[in-house]
Design a protein around this ligand. Structure first.
Ligand SMILES: Nc1nc2c(c(=O)[nH]1)N[C@H]1C(S)=C(S)[C@@H](COP(=O)(O)O)O[C@H]1N2
Ligand SMILES: [Mo]
Length: 156
């Protein structure tokens, strides 16, 4: 049987150090099928949240952090684009890595919300750092949800 690569089920824990491109814009697909191109300026224009004491826990490459990541709550990001109900979001990077989030996870009332991060320790994230990066502070055993270089988001 052919082995196909599913970006939402990454098996490799080898983190890719190299950005797929310099372009930080990404496409978002809404539940009605419409698409929007999201720029850094769009994200900068939304309310900003900082989550301190985040760690990137790699398998076999050690743990880095603590970092204070700043950016837009994922729930606020979706709400800005889509007023209605949604269930799941698929977040895929330009290098074919990704994860799935549920609306329940994103909307959970917590001081450590899921972010689309654009800053780290009060400075802009660089493209090499992963800009725009999904940060899931509750993931402390792995870094499979800490998606660097977000390239596409599909809201379902
Ligand atoms: N786009 C993208 N994001 C990714 C990965 C990747 O290969 N591509 N690897 C993941 C894994 S397995 C790890 S351990 C961390 C590594 O993050 P770091 O490069 O900031 O240390 O990024 C995660 N996010
Ligand atoms: Mo990893």
């Amino acid at each position: 049987m052919a082995h196909t690569h599913d970006p939402l089920n990454p098996h490799s824990h080898d983190p890719n150090p190299a950005p797929p491109s310099e372009n930080t814009d990404f496409q978002t697909t809404l539940p009605n099928g419409e698409t929007r191109i999201i720029t850094l300026d769009d994200l900068r224009g939304l309310p900003q949240t900082t989550v301190p004491d985040c760690y990137i826990v790699t398998t076999g490459h050690g743990t880095s952090g603590p970092f204070a990541f700043g950016g837009v709550r994922f729930a606020d990001f979706v709400h800005h684009l889509w007023d209605g109900k949604w269930n799941v979001a698929e977040i895929i990077s330009g290098d074919g890595f990704g994860t799935r989030l549920t609306a329940d996870e994103a909307n959970a009332s917590t001081s450590r919300p899921i972010l689309l991060a654009i800053t780290i320790d009060d400075r802009p994230l660089t493209r090499a750092d992963g800009l725009v990066r999904l940060i899931v502070p509750s993931e402390t055993d792995d870094a499979l949800k800490q998606v660097k270089w977000v390239g596409a988001i599909k809201i379902v």
